[in-house]
Unconditional design. Structure first.
Length: 122
């Protein structure tokens, strides 16, 4: 499987479990690795034959910017769900980190991997 990736996507959003965090926006930094088969696009040189990473980025920027989750776990899972179900991506790795959320640490967050079957309806 090939991978299309997007790194260091910085988005301002409401996120956190504490009262003060519900009143401000904080920066989350997102890295994505998305499974793809790029062989056809490499033959045709056509954007229609591959996953358009700009379309993915626009959708995630819009979703995260309007969201207000408490946990990075919830945010990362919702991002993965959008990428798998709306963009027909068979595998995604999502890294979400909050800059400076823990004193003494540069960043903290979660790394998840999801596949099509994780979001298959019953
Ligand atoms: N596993 C998690 N632990 C914590 C989270 C989280 O989202 N997942 N969040 C917080 C606070 O919001 C923290 O980021 C504020 O500094 C604490 N622990």
């Amino acid at each position: 499987m090939d991978l299309i990736y997007l790194r260091d996507l910085r988005i301002e959003t409401v996120i956190g479990i504490f009262d003060w965090e519900r009143e401000i926006k904080q920066t989350v930094v997102i890295d994505l690795e998305m499974g793809a088969d790029i062989r056809r696009a490499a033959e045709t040189d056509a954007i229609e034959d591959t996953l358009d990473y700009k379309s993915v980025a626009k959708r995630i920027i819009s979703f995260v910017g309007e969201s207000s989750f408490q946990l990075v776990e919830t945010l990362s899972d919702r991002i993965a769900r959008i990428i798998v179900t709306e963009f027909d991506v068979p595998y995604v790795k999502v890294v979400v980190n909050k800059q400076g959320a823990v004193r003494g640490s540069r960043d903290v967050g979660v790394i998840i991997e999801r596949r099509t079957e994780d979001y298959a309806s019953a």
